[in-house]
Every structure is written in structure tokens, then in C-alpha cells.
Ligand binder design. Structure first.
Ligand code: ATP
Length: 551
């Protein structure tokens, strides 16, 4: 064999080896492709099968109001919402109110109503985008942010075409998806402060800007649309509707000042009945009057009313009964461990040391809070005891929170000093103030009621049981303004009070007249006495007070 033949054999050998190598590669590529395809076909079948399985929707979804008029009991709130959204210049809105009372339902419907208005800037296709702030978590590196959108940098994109070419990809968030429409943020009070600040900026500019270390204006690989997004930003011109169960003070002032603030009220028993009847019609099982009344006593909100009907209806059906009766209702209440709605009523007679205070249970829920005061001559160092409420509470927001010592205790101390200055020796007594039922007292607004209770005990004069009161009291007996006064007046009326005393400074802010209750504005503790002390003795007590003061 000559040299040429040897070289040819070697070439042939290597040719075969290389050929085999590429053939194998091709084969394995083909087989992995077919494995992926097979896998995909299996997954697609699984997805199709999953889509075919459908449970029925919860009743609360099926009877979700279809028009704003179907939202029960929120006429005032809805009127304000319409005024904000259904016009030629819609505004951002914040809706306050407890859970399950129709905030989301109303927000969803108001855009549809606005679209019917020929002046409205919302187009027929204007989107309604919903986001829950409790789940809208974001990554501080900006990799993921469902609210603002984010930039997928090549380092996180893996082997995708854009990633390999080193191109950063902006991904739209809710603010851009809502462009031209409404962004509804449920539980907006839970938004992280960083997200809240970014949201404020977008509300201001109507545009969201993105940054990336991978972006360069000179990079010719970057497509034109991505260049435009980085240089001009993504449009995000929308109207915000935020809903929250928090109190207004807990919401950052910067967002509050940009929004119209609307209050949805706590639903009453009569509202529960309307919602429950509608739900029972939907499940095609009527309910007896007795059942309806039990439901109204226990359901705390619209969603709960619907859920109770849903369970009661299935129990009735299981028993082959064509009506929901009281026994079904009682069963649901028992198994769900429901507690009755807090209903407060003024007591039937005036008593010493028993006072009708007023408290807030939420942003739009007032409550008549009966408080009891007992004074016993102190045997040792006089003590102040407060029972029925937290001795310490945290106030503020996520960004700033402070702990404060019991405000009720501070109120008692202020009142004691004030009475001492009048020569009434409350400081020589052990003072016990009890807030029965554990309803929390909102800070110092029980001051006037506490002062009345202590005064009543000192003078042994009963407190008029038909009078309710609210107001902070100062060291000189001045009555200072408090929050939520309208709601508190309504609560007083509902509880059967005939007169309600409020700080004079709050009187001017009352926007609506509330019938069947006399609202008395007062400036000082002295102003309150003729009304709070039991009618038969009030004149003489007023005299005692005045005599002490002048002596
Ligand atoms: N005022 C109402 N009128 C009619 N139905 C109501 C009302 N409030 C609640 N519902 C019923 O409860 C369901 C839930 O209401 P919605 O989601 O609007 O409450 P929400 O106030 O937004 O509370 P959350 O913040 O917990 O969602 C509705 O689908 C509806 O079936």
C-alpha cells in the first residue's frame, strides 16, 4: 500500500467518524424534538381535560349585581362614585368600607355606566383592570412587578432569542394594561410604600418609565419598539379606584389628596334581607320569614348573607324540602360558629355612672358604646382601672407605626385633673371605667362620656339614658373635635338615643340632616351638663357645678 492509499484510508475513516457524529447529533435532536412534541401533546390533552371540568360558581358570584341599582344600601356612596367617574373629567377615587358590602361590585359597574355617557373620555373598549394589593408583591430588582410592570433583563431570560442578543424586554404591568380605563386596586391600604410612591408618580405623569443596565441607545440589536419604550415610557393614563377596609388616617395623605374619598356604609339588617331574598330566588328555594330574620341578625355583610343562603339551601335540598326554614338557618349558624351582629340599644332607664358613648368599628361603622363608671374611696394610692379594651395599641401605617398607651386611661387622667381644678375631688377615688362587650374605643373620643360618668358618680346623679355623646375633653373642660361624627350620630339614632352631643367644631362639618334625633353642638363640659344628667335633677346639678366653679 503506497502512502497515497494510506492517506485516503485515514481520510475515509475520519470522514466516516465525523459523518457518524453528525448523524447521531441529528438523530438525538430529532428524538428530543419528538419527545418534547409528545410531551406537549400530552400536556395539551391534560389542559383540555382540565378545562372541561367546571365546578359551579359560588352563589355570591352568580348574584353579583349587574347594575348599580342592584347594589343594595349604598345609594349615597354610589351617587358619589357616579359623580366622580361618569362625567367628562373623571377623578381618582378611594372607597372606604368594611369587607363584603359591594365596593368591588360598584367599582366594576361604574365604568360601564360611564361609557354610556356621551361626554365620557372612556372609549367603549376601555379596560377595567383589577389588582389585589395584598398579593401584588414585587421584586426590588425590578424583575417582577405586577402593578408597574418590569424589565426582563437578558441575564434572567435564559437562552431566548432576545436574551441571547442581549436585549432587555419591558413587560407591561397593571398601570399600562389599564391605560384609557380604570385600575381597581382592592385593599389599596396594603400596598407596599415603594409601590405606593411609584403609583403616585404614574398618576401624576400618565406614563411609566423603565430602566435597565442592559439598555443602550446605541445598541442596534434592540428593536425600535423597545427603544421607544425606554426613551418615552409606556402610556399609563387611567383613573384609579382604590378600595380599603382601613381607616382614612391609615392611608398615605399623598394618595388621599389625589382622590375623591367615598364611604360605603355598613349594611343594615333590612339590607341583608333584600340580598338574602335575591339569593334565595337565584337558588330557587324561598325562605320563611323566621329564617330571614335569623339571617339578618347574624349576617355581618352582603357576602356572608349570600353564603349563608347557599349553605342553608343545600341543607334544605338534602332534606328534600322546598323551603329554607328557621331550623336550617340555626344549623348553619351553629356549624359556622357565627356570632350575632353587634346591636347596641340604649338602656331602659337612667342610672348613675352609666353613659352612652359612641365609637367607630371601621371607616363607616358606628356603634353606641355603653360605658360604666364606678368610684370607690381609695384606701391607699388612688388607682385608675380600665377594662374591656386594649391597654396599648399600634397606630399608623406600614411605613410608620407608633405604640400608644391606653388613650382611655389618658382621658380619665385628663378628666380627673379637670374635675380637681373645679374642686371635685375625683382624684381621691379608685376609678374603674368598664367598656362592656370589648368594643374598641377609638382613642380619646370617649373623653366626654368618661367625664360625664365620673361626674355622675361624684354627684350621685343618674345620666340620661336617651342621650349619647362623643368628644375629646381637654384639661380646661373644653370639648374638642373627633372623627366619624356623622356615622356616630346615625349609630346613636339606631340605638334609640333621642339626643346626641357632639363637639361644636364638628357641627359645621355635618353635611346631611339626620332626622329623629336632636344634635347638640357643645364647646365645654359645662354645656353638656343640662342634657346629660337625668332630666329631673339636671337643673340642680347644673347649679352645683356652677356654684363650685364660681367658688
Ligand atoms: N350592597 C350589596 N348589594 C348586593 N349584593 C352585595 C352587596 N354587598 C355584597 N354583596 C354580595 O357579596 C358579594 C361580594 O361583594 P363585593 O366583592 O362587592 O364586596 P366588597 O365590598 O368589595 O368586599 P371585599 O373587599 O371583601 O371584596 C357580591 O358578589 C354580592 O353577591
Amino acid at each position: 500500500m503506497n502512502l497515497v492509499s494510506i492517506v485516503m484510508v485515514i481520510q475515509l475513516f475520519f470522514g466516516i467518524v465525523i459523518g457518524l457524529y453528525f448523524w447521531n447529533m441529528l438523530k438525538s435532536q430529532r428524538s428530543s424534538k419528538s419527545v418534547i412534541e409528545k410531551e406537549s401533546v400530552k400536556e395539551l390533552e391534560l389542559l383540555r381535560a382540565m378545562k372541561n371540568i367546571q365546578l359551579t360558581k359560588p352563589l355570591s358570584e352568580r348574584i353579583r349585581p349587574k347594575t348599580l341599582t342592584e347594589v343594595v344600601g349604598q345609594e349615597d356612596g354610589i351617587e358619589a362614585l357616579r359623580a366622580a367617574i361618569c362625567n367628562s373629567n373623571p377623578q381618582h377615587v378611594l372607597i372606604y368600607g368594611p369587607p363584603g358590602i359591594g365596593k368591588t361590585a360598584a367599582a366594576r359597574l361604574v365604568l360601564e355606566e360611564a361609557k354610556r355617557n356621551s361626554d365620557s373620555p372612556f372609549a367603549k373598549s376601555a379596560p377595567f383592570i383589577e389588582l389585589d394589593a395584598t398579593t401584588a408583591r414585587f421584586d426590588e430588582r425590578g424583575i417582577a412587578d405586577p402593578l408597574m410592570g418590569s424589565v426582563h433583563d437578558p441575564i434572567y431570560q435564559g437562552a431566548g432569542a432576545m436574551g441571547q442578543a442581549g436585549i432587555p424586554q419591558p413587560k407591561r404591568g397593571a398601570v399600562s394594561n389599564a391605560h384609557g380605563g380604570i385600575l381597581f386596586i382592592d385593599e389599596i391600604g396594603e400596598l407596599h410604600p415603594i409601590q405606593m410612591n411609584k403609583l403616585l408618580k404614574v398618576l401624576e405623569d400618565g406614563i411609566v418609565h423603565y430602566e435597565s443596565a442592559y439598555y443602550s441607545e446605541e445598541n442596534k440589536n434592540i428593536p425600535r419598539h423597545i427603544h421607544r419604550i425606554f426613551t418615552e415610557g409606556l402610556p399609563a393614563d387611567f383613573r384609579l379606584i382604590g378600595a380599603t377596609t382601613r381607616m382614612p388616617e391609615e392611608i398615605p395623605p399623598a394618595i388621599r389628596s389625589r382622590c375623591l374619598e367615598i364611604y360605603f356604609r355598613d349594611l343594615e339588617q333590612s339590607d341583608m334581607m333584600v340580598i338574602a331574598k335575591r339569593a334565595s330566588e337565584k337558588v330557587a328555594i324561598p325562605l320563611t320569614d323566621a329564617a330571614l330574620h335569623i339571617l339578618a341578625d347574624y349576617a355581618q355583610n352582603g357576602r356572608e348573607a349570600v353564603n349563608i343562603i347557599q349553605i342553608a339551601a343545600s341543607v334544605a335540598k338534602k332534606e328534600s324540602r322546598a323551603i329554607i326554614d328557621a331550623s336550617h338557618m340555626e344549623w348553619v349558624i351553629e356549624v359556622s360558629r357565627l356570632t350575632p351582629r353587634p346591636v347596641s340599644q340604649v338602656s331602659s332607664k337612667s342610672e348613675i355612672g352609666m353613659v352612652n358613648g359612641l365609637a367607630l368599628l371601621g371607616p363607616s361603622t358606628g356603634y353606641l358604646l355603653p360605658l360604666e363608671v364606678l368610684l370607690l374611696p381609695a384606701l391607699h394610692e388612688p388607682k385608675i382601672t380600665i377594662t374591656g379594651i386594649a391597654e396599648e395599641e399600634t397606630i399608623g401605617s406600614q411605613s410608620k407605626s407608633i405604640k400608644r398607651k391606653s388613650m382611655a386611661k389618658a382621658s380619665v387622667e385628663t378628666v380627673v385633673t379637670f374635675l380637681k381644678s373645679l374642686g371635685i375631688p375625683a382624684h381621691q377615688y379608685d376609678i374603674h371605667v368598664n367598656f362592656p362587650g370589648g368594643t374598641p374605643v377609638d382613642g380619646p373620643s370617649a373623653g366626654l362620656a368618661i367625664a360625664t360618668g365620673i361626674y355622675s358618680c361624684m354627684k350621685k346623679i343618674p345620666v340620661n339614658h336617651l342621650v349619647a355623646m362623643t368628644g375629646e375633653i381637654g384639661l380646661y373642660g373644653q370639648v374638642m373635635p373627633i372623627g366619624g361624627v356623622t356615622i356616630k350620630i346615625k349609630a346613636a339614632k339606631q340605638a334609640g338615643a333621642k339626643t346626641v352631643l357632639i363637639p361644636k367644631a364638628n357641627y359645621h362639618t355635618l353635611t346631611q340632616k339626620i332626622n329623629d334625633i336632636t344634635v347638640i353642638p357643645i364647646e365645654t363640659f359645662e354645656d353638656a351638663l343640662p342634657y346629660v344628667l337625668d332630666d329631673s335633677k339636671s337643673t340642680s346639678s347644673q347649679q352645683v357645678y356652677n356654684d363650685k366653679k364660681s367658688s
